[in-house]
Ligand binder design. Sequence first.
Ligand code: NAD
Ligand code: DAU
Length: 332
Amino acid sequence: MANLLVTGGAGFIGSNFVHYVVQHTDDHVTVLDKLTYAGNRESLAGLPVDRVRFVQGDIADPSLADRLVSEADAVVHYAAESHNDNSLHDPRPFLDTNIIGTYTLLEAARRHDRRFHHVSTDEVYGDLELDDPKRFTESTPYNPSSPYSSTKAGSDLLVRAWVRSFGVRATISNCSNNYGPYQHVEKFIPRQITNVIRGIRPKLYGRGENVRDWIHADDHSSAVLTILDKGEIGETYLIGADGEKNNKDVIELILELMGLPAGAYDHVTDRAGHDLRYAIDSSRLRTELGWAPSFQDFRAGLASTIEWYRANEGWWSPAKDATEAFYATKGQ
Ligand code: NAD
Ligand code: DAU
């Protein structure tokens, strides 16, 4: 049994991780979350209070970070500004949280010699051509495109430096695009599902040829637990489930599963600097640490995600109007 400090545990992937830990381990969890627009206390509703403690606060607050890190056996660091479109509009919070926040936690982990796992993204590697036979591996050079991905790349490099310079016992994972419950309606899949529920036409950026490599959030959680348990200190592991799909196919599958014709969506203004394709080779995690994904059927995983959004309108509805109003100002 361990005490885990989970930063960003009221966000999409962090809250899925906390649910997963409660279901699959004996660990106790302290969530540290600032509750930005992306955090939601309701994502942790129903979890046992003797296993999960919630602290509202900023990872960039040195005294709070120091106290909570000192009380934990290990830190699992999810907290971030996570949305590319927001980073194109106002990059500053991305620097404050993703760079300074990660630095603040690393300093606390260094002072108290705590195990640290840093959750990062495949976007640090830039993008691939559609016909490139190669996929991202742990040795692909960093080449981030957006303010979001460049701050995540910066945070990864800080972790590597704190391992080498100060002996911090850290690992890093870089995962592909997640789907599942509790994802904010600003993101691609929940935006389209909730648009259909609200009677709004789904919105596809540009021609929709961009490819993302989809993984269910529960598979991301099982991979992070595997790395915490068996990962080699100082190493990086890529997490992916061989789920490459282009955005047009995903929108058409959502429409089909929700009973609408394939063409019932709008093409809207493309994202500036839009990465063309992400693709993960997760062989290292599978062969060295024995991890494998459980969700192999994207259609079934998407159908259950659609059901979750249908059944939980009270969770997403308060954020929907403001999100769509923001996109409307950008022609998206
Ligand atoms: P999210 O935006 O849904 O959640 C982020 C959470 O962090 C929110 O609860 C927010 O309140 C909290 N937070 C933000 N700034 C904070 C601060 N300064 N102090 C404390 N808490 C703060 O993000 P997500 O999609 O769940 O992503 C979580 C992590 O996983 C991020 O580090 C992201 O880079 C990484 N990641 C995401 C994906 C994906 O597909 N969503 C894929 C790979 C990696
Ligand atoms: O690859 C991992 C990354 O995946 C994470 O690091 C990020 O935190 C996470 O947000 C996600 O980034 P993307 O930019 O790929 O996700 P997003 O959901 O914003 O968009 C997915 C694709 O869908 C992308 O090609 C843009 C497109 N898109 C998005 C929206 C919101 C649309 O076509 N229409 C839309 O309305």
